[in-house]
Design a protein around this ligand. Structure first.
Ligand code: NOJ
Length: 581
């Protein structure tokens, strides 16, 4: 009995078949020796990307920015940051990608702009001018000395900043130089849609939309009166999936996105199942896909990301299962294990040292076996671990630095904080791409804007490609396996061992064949119980090994006979279910 629920995904879309590669341009490749990655540098590496087998790239923001949040504070939406190149460099890069058959999506950051954006500067000077209502301005409470409400910024402290020029507070859900746009103003929406259409007219293929589920706020701006952990963010119920979100996105779809070749993937922190279905359900005409964020909270405690707690394989499996199953046939997932906001998955979820190769390939098996579009993050394909900086002066990320400063003020111990930061900081995943073991890692000829990851002389693309066991080559194998195996990218998901302490196991089922995936997420041998496979499998089936990250070419007779799969540390296998006549 085959499960055919997933047939709703049968409609061909380029982005459903695509494997994406996310590039953080500042750290990818520096062509002009200023220590900052650039567009020309990316262009030089197109052959490397093409060989990997990917189909599309997402570029983190490349627009002019004062870099308070490294590009997520945009001061001009229709230009290129001169640190990265000229506008012509951008169009050349786009053409070069397109010539190789690779698509390009850009970051759309329109929940907020930089306070240096001309709109904001005008808004603070001319409350009654054309941009006066482009941002969220409010008077303080009572005497005016107190912020309009108790909401927090994601990067620490109040979400409100007083502007003496305008004599009012403006809302900033992120850093104080990232002022939230007022989407309730139709003129703001008109401008955003105009800018998006303009980028499409330049030839881009889609957008990754930054915190797009925060654009609508509860306009009564109430205090958040929940009893929350000290580190938790106050205000979220009033701006995550806010009241007009769907109205705005439907307008956006009608005015910009209705052409089916345009891809829109949303970053929607805090979105639950119902929200994701409402945002990206197949009939919704809003977004094409939403990133699956919940896995990234696996090690977060009640106080959020800086409140680290241990995680278990069984929880990982439960989260994966829930999201894959709830969305099945209803909304297309976008999957990732690492990005520029997370520590590297290799260091977080596996062993980046003794079992470096096995761990890297095991995570690749998970990512590339899920239904939905996979996003590989630069460096993941060579097993780049956390940058693991040992001194606070090496960190650049405002979120990390604010956390450190605020907690120091509260009296927390410096070493305790550094330990947390070494594990969780976003800078772990923003250090320069490790191309080789020479000074500055082949990334640049000069000292980079952020230090190289601590282990770049041992872990880099040159070494990896020359090694007998190359992570890059495992990615190539897995990408090509995924491309010819409909069950991996499109199949229905059935958990096989959901309560195992060490491993995760699931089936991917499809009319064209069923597959079984095992991933040992621990550094100890683990036993998979083949007897736990679903009853619905055909009578007399057996299994053939399609992939293993260890040197095994087949399942051992004994394993099949005993119904027990012996998985070595971080071993991952993909098995095909076969029935011989
Ligand atoms: C989410 C982005 O991914 C992150 O890097 C950024 O800091 C915030 N949104 C604010 O734009």
């Amino acid at each position: 009995m085959q499960n055919k629920k997933n047939s709703n995904f049968a409609e061909k879309k380029w982005w459903r078949d695509a494997i994406f590669y996310q590039i953080y341009p500042r750290s990818f490749n520096d062509s002009n020796g200023d220590g900052i990655g650039d567009l020309e540098g990316i262009k030089e590496k197109i052959p490397y990307l093409k060989d990997l087998g990917i189909d599309a790239v997402w570029l983190n923001p490349v627009y002019p920015s004062p870099n308070k949040d490294y590009g997520y504070d945009i001061s001009n939406y229709q230009a290129i940051n001169p640190e990265y190149g000229r506008f012509e460099d951008f169009t050349e890069l786009l053409d070069a990608f397109h010539d190789q058959g690779l698509k390009v999506i850009m970051d759309l950051v329109v929940n907020h702009t930089s306070t240096e954006h001309a709109w904001f500067q005008d808004s603070r000077r001319n409350p009654n001018g054309p941009y006066g209502d482009f941002y969220i301005w409010r008077d303080g409470k009572e005497s005016g000395a107190e912020t309009p409400n108790n909401w927090n910024s994601f990067f620490g402290g109040s979400a409100w900043k007083y502007d003496p020029l305008r004599g009012q507070y403006y809302l900033h859900l992120f850093e104080e130089h990232q002022a939230d746009l007022n989407w309730a103003n139709p003129k703001v929406r008109e401008e955003v849609f105009r800018i998006m259409n303009w980028w499409f007219s330049q030839g881009i293929d889609g957008f990754r939309m930054d915190v797009i589920n925060m654009i609508s706020k509860d306009n009564s701006f109430p205090d958040d009166c929940r009893d929350l952990d000290e580190l938790a963010i106050k205000g979220t119920p009033y701006f995550i999936n806010g009241p007009e979100l769907h109205t705005y996105l439907k307008e956006m779809w009608e005015q910009v996105l209705s052409d089916p070749s345009k891809f829109a993937v949303g970053e929607c922190p805090g979105a639950g199942f119902e929200d994701v279905l409402a945002l990206s359900g197949l009939d919704r005409k809003e977004l094409d896909a939403v990133f699956q964020m919940e896995l990234m909270e696996i090690d977060h405690g009640n106080g959020g990301k800086w409140d680290i707690r241990p995680w278990k394989a069984s929880e990982f499996s439960a989260k994966l299962t829930r999201w894959q199953q709830v969305l099945e046939g209803r909304a297309w997932p976008a999957n990732f294990l690492s990005n520029h906001d997370q520590p590297r998955a290799l260091s977080r979820l596996a062993d980046d040292d003794e079992y470096h190769f096995e761990s890297s390939a095991m995570l690749a098996v998970i990512l590339l076996s899920l239904t939905g579009t996979p996003f590989i993050y630069y460096g993941e394909e060579i097993g780049m671990p956390n940058a693991d900086f040992t001194s606070i002066s090496d960190y650049r990320d405002i979120d990390t630095l604010n956390f450190f400063a605020l907690e120091r003020e509260r009296g927390r111990d410096e070493n305790e904080l550094l330990k947390i930061i070494r594990y969780m900081s976003r800078d772990n995943a923003r250090s320069p791409m490790q191309w080789n073991g020479k000074p500055y890692g082949g990334f640049s000829s000069t000292e980079p804007w952020i230090p190289m990851g601590r282990r770049y002389t041992q872990i880099n693309a040159e070494q990896d490609l020359a090694a007998e066991r190359s992570v890059y080559k495992e990615y190539q194998k897995l990408i090509s396996l995924r491309k010819k195996t409909a069950a991996l990218g499109y199949g229905s998901f059935e958990p096989v061992e959901s309560d195992h302490e060490q491993l995760i196991a699931f089936m991917k089922r499809h009319q064209q064949g069923d597959y079984l995936i095992y991933a040992n997420m621990s550094g100890r041998n683990a036993l998979g119980q083949l007897s736990l496979l679903p009853d619905s499998l055909p009578e007399g089936f057996t299994m053939e090994l399609e992939y293993s990250n260890y040197k095994r070419t087949t399942l051992h007779e004994q394993e099949l006979k005993d119904g027990i799969l012996n998985l070595r540390p971080y071993e991952a296998c993909i098995l095909r279910i076969v029935v011989y006549p």
